[in-house]
Design a protein around this ligand. Structure first.
Ligand code: SF4
Length: 125
């Protein structure tokens, strides 16, 4: 059975180095980020975010960068492109265009975070 990103039970065990040559299967999954991730990404100022995450969320929604904000968890869901790719995934190279500033969740996935920590949705080529 080929791994399917929507079916974590089909994922394969993650090993160091697996990201090399990957076409970014994990970057087509919903990305939940924190206020500090958004500030680090440079899409909103630290002062604006600190003043009101709710207002910041509205502004980022208008810009098409985030889909929603949940006050209870403090998490923002990034707005994906129509084909499901993350906004920051390069359509041709399939590499992250903000790698140095990428959100915490992207740094920890798939070894420490995600629907099945330690497992990866990468499809073999
Ligand atoms: S920010 Fe970068 S690493 Fe994270 S999902 Fe988007 S393209 Fe992938």
């Amino acid at each position: 059975m080929r791994p399917d990103k929507d079916k974590p039970w089909t994922w394969i065990r993650y090993r160091t180095g697996m990201c090399t040559g990957c076409s970014g299967d994990c970057c087509t999954m919903p990305v939940e980020v924190t206020a500090s991730d958004l500030v680090r990404l440079g899409v909103i100022g630290a002062d604006e975010m600190a003043a009101s995450p709710k207002k910041a969320a509205k502004q980022l929604q208008k810009q098409g960068l985030i889909q929603n904000y949940r006050e209870g968890t403090g998490l923002f869901t990034m707005q994906a492109r129509p084909n499901g790719d993350c906004h920051f995934l390069h359509p041709v190279t399939r590499l992250c265009t903000v790698y140095e500033k990428r959100p915490e969740v992207c740094r920890k996935f798939p070894s420490d975070l995600g629907p099945k920590p330690g497992f990866c949705p990468k499809n073999p080529k």
